[in-house]
Write a protein that binds this ligand. Structure first.
Ligand code: 5GP
Length: 178
């Protein structure tokens, strides 16, 4: 089925699970090569990353570890208003080779903030692997070393990405029908 409905909106299939698997494998091959002899810590950014992290790790042959983080919105003081806090990082990343694994880099603001926060803990290296990047939407300079797909400015769902909570379970990726 190439057209689906999620909540109130229609989506059309744009990237098949076979294409995703092939590109994820290519990213894994590059990481296998670049991190030979090292033991990187993959830091998945929840919630959208879970399928990508899983498939990426199954293709890694080097020693590697995984952990997950999340940005939570919480109510700060009246003066600061709503601020985002990085939660879930239980281990020390000092001196470690870190690969942040994200589902999609859109404006780049989330990833920019993430790198800023993680860099404070002095990792040995800090790189980004993102399944999707929307280059035309970037508002800040973010160097995504490992990206599987560069896509146009369209809202997508599937393979871990949601539309208002739904659609994460879809094995393929779908573009919103405007
Ligand atoms: P950024 O800070 O780069 O603008 O936003 C990144 C986050 O926005 C992603 O982790 C994801 O949660 C959400 N996002 C951005 N574009 C899309 C999209 O096309 N589809 C979905 N489902 N989420 C998106």
């Amino acid at each position: 089925m190439s057209r689906i409905k999620v909540h109130d909106r229609e989506f059309v299939k744009s990237i098949s699970c076979e294409e995703i698997a092939a590109e994820v494998k290519k990213v894994a091959d590059r990481i296998n090569k670049d991190y030979a002899g090292k033991r990187p810590l993959l830091l998945g950014v929840l919630n959208g990353c879970f399928m990508f992290v899983s498939d990426l790790m199954k293709n890694l042959e080097i020693e590697c570890e995984v952990s997950f983080v999340k940005f939570s919105s919480y109510q700060g003081s009246e003066t600061t208003g709503k601020v985002k806090k990085l939660i879930g990082l239980s281990e020390s990343i000092e001196g470690r080779d870190i690969i942040v694994v994200e589902d999609i880099v859109d404006t780049g603001l989330t990833m920019h903030k993430m790198l800023e926060t993680l860099a404070e803990s002095n990792p040995a290296s800090l790189e980004i692997a993102s399944l999707f990047v929307k280059p035309s939407r970037l508002q800040v300079s973010v160097d995504v070393k490992y990206s599987a797909f560069e896509i146009p400015d369209r809202f997508i769902v599937g393979y871990g990405l949601d539309y208002d909570g739904l659609g994460r379970n879809l094995p393929d990726v779908y573009d919103v029908v405007e």
